[in-house]
Design a protein around this ligand. Structure first.
Ligand SMILES: NC(=O)C1=CN([C@@H]2O[C@H](COP(=O)(O)OP(=O)(O)OC[C@H]3O[C@@H](n4cnc5c(N)ncnc54)[C@H](O)[C@@H]3O)[C@@H](O)[C@H]2O)[C@@H](O)CC1
Ligand SMILES: Nc1ncnc2c1ncn2[C@@H]1O[C@H](COP(=O)(O)OP(=O)(O)OP(=O)(O)O)[C@@H](O)[C@H]1O
Length: 322
């Protein structure tokens, strides 16, 4: 633990952490509600034997930030077994190998929010399965928010219909690329010169947003750029100093949860709530503050589970406990 007095400015807590009022969309807890009715039913489609942790971190972050039920849908039993063995049973894990494609399809159609891509891998088999699932997701109006991250954003040059194309012109879709994924997407979809690596991120992100017709893009990096059709905001909340793998997975999970809460509030006729860019800023702030706290506690040994472990405490300070 770094003593508070020894913290350099770049590791101090950002005050205020959240300049926007998210409280209207935070579901109130009640003994009259059933599981899934408050925090929502969330699912991460991803993970693979090599990257099983990524889908697990995203799904665990959904739970820790306030989701009721977090599922992982992954192609292989090898990845599914690894997640079951490492997640203390808090995640519900489904694979087509164990339960068949029809069960996977039924599961997807019951979800409120999904996150596609963390740890998915780029194998043809994983992408074919993801495309099958993304068709189901795209055709399920009950699903209110769709976060596409990591390998969900990847397209083999020869691939006729990569997963992302299922969500073109779908305002429920929120893309959360890192800078490498973002530049890859702009070079595929944006007109020159916005496809150039030196093009300013906000302009290129706006162009990508309108080319793809999605609801929002969050470009992660030293500052996170959040772009919707009407707004561009930057989140520069202090994060930890160690860039261990898995921090983007945490952000993807929290983003999916908060966007689902927003849509549930709107569908319930709520008025006066925050706008999408404010909710996405909140997700970035929670992920970055969680990574800062983990780093202050664990320094160079910080790893993704430490960051996941901080998400609950950060959200607890931002939102009322009931
Ligand atoms: N524990 C796990 O299972 C983890 C799995 N992960 C998964 O690993 C897979 C491959 O992800 P990669 O991001 O490595 O993809 P890439 O294999 O596309 O990365 C290629 C190269 O891009 C550069 N790069 C990657 N991220 C960058 C960033 N944020 N800023 C600057 N340069 C960057 C690095 O030089 C990297 O070697 C994805 O499925 C991802 O979800 C990651 O989420 C990390 C944690
Ligand atoms: N220089 C930085 N300073 C502070 N926070 C950062 C910095 N770079 C990235 N982050 C934060 O780290 C998280 C992950 O961003 P990153 O660009 O590493 O994504 P990623 O490559 O998709 O992550 P993953 O390792 O999960 O695949 C985001 O919350 C982002 O805001």
């Amino acid at each position: 633990m770094i003593p508070p007095a020894a913290l350099p400015a770049q590791l101090l807590p950002s005050i205020p952490l959240l300049p926007y009022n998210l409280l209207p969309i935070v579901p109130s807890l009640s003994p009259d509600k059933h599981k899934g009715q408050t925090g929502g039913k969330l699912l991460t489609l991803g993970s693979s034997p090599e990257y099983f942790g990524a889908g697990m971190f995203a799904a665990s972050a959904m739970l820790r930030a306030g989701g009721d039920m977090a599922h992982v849908l992954t192609l292989t039993e090898a990845a599914g077994s690894a997640i079951r063995a490492n997640s203390k049973g808090e995640l519900m894990v489904f694979t087509p190998e164990a339960c068949g494609q029809q069960t996977c399809q039924d599961l997807l159609s019951r979800m409120d929010g999904v996150c596609v891509g963390p740890g998915l891998s780029r194998s043809d088999e994983a992408h074919d399965f993801a495309s099958f699932c993304c068709d189901v997701i795209a055709a399920t109006p009950h699903i209110t928010s769709i976060v596409v991250d990591a390998d969900g954003l990847f397209a083999h040059p020869s691939q006729p219909r990569p997963p992302l194309t299922c969500f073109q012109n779908d305002p429920r879709a929120i893309l959360t690329p890192n800078i490498v994924e973002f530049r890859r997407l702009t070079s595929r979809y944006c007109p020159s010169p916005l496809d150039s690596p030196s093009a300013p991120v906000p302009a290129a992100a706006s162009s990508l947003l309108s080319e793809l017709g999605v609801g929002a893009i969050v470009v992660k990096g030293r500052t996170d750029h959040i772009v919707t059709p009407t707004h561009h905001v930057e989140c520069a909340v202090n994060g930890g100093l160690k860039r261990c793998g898995g921090l983007g997975d945490v952000l993807a999970g929290v983003t999916c949860l908060f966007a689902t809460w927003l849509r549930s509030f709107e569908r319930g006729g709520g008025e006066g709530g925050p706008q999408l860019h404010e909710v996405l800023y909140a997700a970035c702030a929670v992920a970055r503050e969680s990574s800062r706290r983990a780093f202050v506690r664990h320094g160079r040994s910080t790893s993704a589970p430490h960051v996941v472990g901080e998400v609950g405490g950060v959200c607890e300070e931002l939102f009322p406990p009931w």
